[in-house]
Design a binder for this molecule. Sequence first.
Ligand SMILES: NC(=O)CC[C@H](N)C(=O)O
Length: 396
Amino acid sequence: MTLDQDNGWTKPVHTGVLVLASGEVIEGYGLGAVGEAVGEVCFNTAMTGYQEILTDPSYAAQIVTFTFPHIGNVGANEEDVETVDLAKSAGAVGAIFGQPVTEPSNFRAETTLTDWLAKRGIVSLYGIDTRALTALIRERGMPNAVIAHSPEGKFDIPALKARAAGWPGIDGMDLVPSVGAKERYDWAETPWKLGSGYGARDGRAKFRVVAIDYGVKRNILRLLADEGCEVIVAPATATSADILALNPDGVFLSNGPGDPAETGKYAAPVIRDLLAKKIPVFGICLGHQMMALAVGAKTRKMPQGHHGANHPVKDFTTGKVEIVSMNHGFAVDRDSLPENAVETHRSLFDGSNCGIALTDRPAFSVQHHPEASPGPQDSHYLFKRFVEMMEKAKAA
Ligand SMILES: NC(=O)CC[C@H](N)C(=O)O
């Protein structure tokens, strides 16, 4: 928007638009990457960690609306990225902010959020009424849309509407092949500490964990390494024989994007084989949904999903409430759980299922993100619970 010195405000040039599949056009100002992207629009209520959110591979094919107004204040760097492959731009395809991005003020900032978004290829908008958009999502569910940024403010609106309306949506999409590892690799990096940054696992590993990568976040692997685990990351296409050949003390099922029912078609049989061998298994988010599907339960699309870092969840095994990080658009249908799966965690926001444990196998999983990044660390205990499970299994 430019100010006409003599006459007050000139007509603003809207350099960005969000075009919903239903035909509504929401105008704003573009920033970050120039171009357009199609995806499902969700809202995230986290107050911090915008880089980690946008680079979480679970956000593939999604456009994230930030409800918090101050996004960009701490700038951006090359470190706070959650994709394992730093060069690959997995994660959200678009971002929506209420306010313009200001100059960064943080000792870890290497660049501005605006420049980082451009480099990362994330098409973004500001000047959007994010409250109204969030209310729309709350009422109608997460819409499919095209987000577009043109510095000249030139948009072919009918074409954008057609693209948004023609996009099939995440329901029914297996997005894991677009983000997960293609080859096996080892992981030893440990969490960030003030003064020394990211570390490396020292000493001999107590347990060998094979992590199945459906789109894993770095901080999950770091926390496993921090618990003294040797971590071998295996592609989502690994067979149960491939995994068993690595002689794991435990298997971890990662988070990831897309419709769990689709990924479950090939992932669930692998997990069933591992459970049959009584190998300790721990799953997070998509991994939780895979565990549920492996024992015969069902998943369903949620209307608004859960995306934020302030969700209350109750752990029935201890009676404690934890404030957690969430990022999911599908949920496990509690009523479809078989007899040998008990519900261990539940969302106190909408009562949806947030965790299960098997009664006849050393296996459990949670819908939320205990690794946080970003978010509160209340749920870190789950990594210890997994280690204790492996300890017990080894001693037996
Ligand atoms: N963070 C995740 O693993 C998300 C799982 C799944 N794609 C969902 O949206 O529910």
